[in-house]
Design a binder for this molecule. Sequence first.
Ligand SMILES: NC(=O)c1ccc[n+]([C@@H]2O[C@H](COP(=O)([O-])OP(=O)(O)OC[C@H]3O[C@@H](n4cnc5c(N)ncnc54)[C@H](O)[C@@H]3O)[C@@H](O)[C@H]2O)c1
Length: 263
Amino acid sequence: MSLENKVAIVTGAARGIGLAVAKRFLTDGAKVVIADVDDDAGQAAVDDLKQFGDVTYIHCNVAERLDVRNLVAETLNAYGDIDILVNNAGIVVGADFLELEEEDLDRVLGVNLKGTFLCSQAVARHLVERVQNGGEPGCIINMSSINSVLAIPNQIPYCVSKGGVAQLTRTTAVALAPYGIRVNAIGPGSIMTDMLASVNHDPAAKNRILSRTPMLRVGEPSEIAGVAAFLASSDSSYVTGQTIFADGGRLPLNYTVAVPDDL
Ligand SMILES: NC(=O)c1ccc[n+]([C@@H]2O[C@H](COP(=O)([O-])OP(=O)(O)OC[C@H]3O[C@@H](n4cnc5c(N)ncnc54)[C@H](O)[C@@H]3O)[C@@H](O)[C@H]2O)c1
């Protein structure tokens, strides 16, 4: 198993993509800490996943420095080490540009961008110390998005935060490269989670997505987990500072696709 004996923290893993990453890491042999703000869903995730391996829930708002410090301390207390961090927690707040509230901008940047920074710095401090003591380097994986490079006019904080995550990935990767610590990102396209739930009941929204998706389907969380498993494993040992887009072909597409009525 490619992650045998590794310890991984996955933020925002009570549901959706993070939950799929946690499950995949467990089946690949890792011990997993699920960090989330939704305690009920986090505990339910642990109950669900414990059949696959050693998994724990820790409450953590990634936008709060003290919560993040506690997350690292509790993980080290429980497992003695940390090898992999997946910065997956993310939120969206939709508003047209002229109506966007300052506090909504702060909230989204606080979770998606500052949260990624806080968790990365806290875990990197542990990893660097470990390397300096002769240990293995470990790695960090950030959940970016196709919206790090594409624009949605009523999702300004989200797009800006993910653009920031892409650049944070590059800068952190360069800063930590001397220690052998790798930092990469995943840029999902449209993935079927609660974040995209409205699409199930809204044919116009579904059409909007599929007309921009050459593979003509929404992705599954497990398809993002597969990329995370690659980036967490030694198979990607010379890959750092990259964003791997798993988007059904959206970014290479220029024109839109004709969507059959029966899809
Ligand atoms: N679903 C998609 O189509 C899609 C596409 C591109 C990128 N992404 C990114 O993937 C990640 C996961 O998305 P998802 O669709 O699974 O979302 P989701 O809404 O289904 O799950 C997000 C999880 O993050 C948790 N969370 C929210 N704020 C938090 C905080 N402050 N601290 C800790 N946990 C917090 C939530 O409680 C929830 O469990 C996000 O970063 C998102 O931006 C998703």
